[in-house]
Design a protein around this ligand. Sequence first.
Ligand code: SF4
Ligand code: SF4
Ligand code: FES
Length: 210
Amino acid sequence: MAIILINGNEITAKEGVSLLWTALDTGFYIPNLCAIRNAKHQAASCRLCYVEIEGEKSPVLACVQPVRDGMSVQLDTPAVARLRNTAFELLMSHHKLECQICPNHGQCTLHKIASHIKAKLEPQRFRKIPRDMPVDDSHPRIRFDPNKCVLCGKCVYVCQKSGAGVLDFSYRSIDTRISTFAGMPLGETNCNSCLACVTVCPVGSLTLKS
Ligand code: SF4
Ligand code: SF4
Ligand code: FES
């Protein structure tokens, strides 16, 4: 057992578990997109979960930071805000924003994060990179809009773990995207319609058809 401080509040936590889940489970929100509870490896790719720990030279990512007895954590310092908000703006610079017609409108994690960190959804400092890839409407129950994908990897994880294993990352760098084997339309794959990917997608990329 460990006693830690989060924003000055004393929390009893389990030594060695992820600081991100400890904070979330005790009512302290830390923005996050790519963290997967109980996964053996965390991608730590969204760079949104920065926190500052007393004694550390620079902010660390809470999703890969184990709890240590006596640690004192600050969730919203200027250094945290600088790194986290830059990561968010970069992410939004290649996100197709069309909230009014998005199936995820009203329950979008990007809105929650923007509101929490007091950022705009439209990036202010970075040039917007247009995204206009075709929407995959081939599946009878699932719609996949790659233009809204934030590459969190959650759909790949659940599809490999409990679905038919048809989703994966493809291409690299700025061209990275979620795809099926050889880019087949989702409706032509072995997808078993478990819908786990729709459940975990934090944005309006993988959604249920109405
Ligand atoms: S995923 Fe969220 S931010 Fe993006 S268009 Fe949909 S509602 Fe808007
Ligand atoms: S489709 Fe959704 S769950 Fe999959 S990587 Fe993109 S944002 Fe994440
Ligand atoms: S949740 Fe930590 S880097 Fe994405």
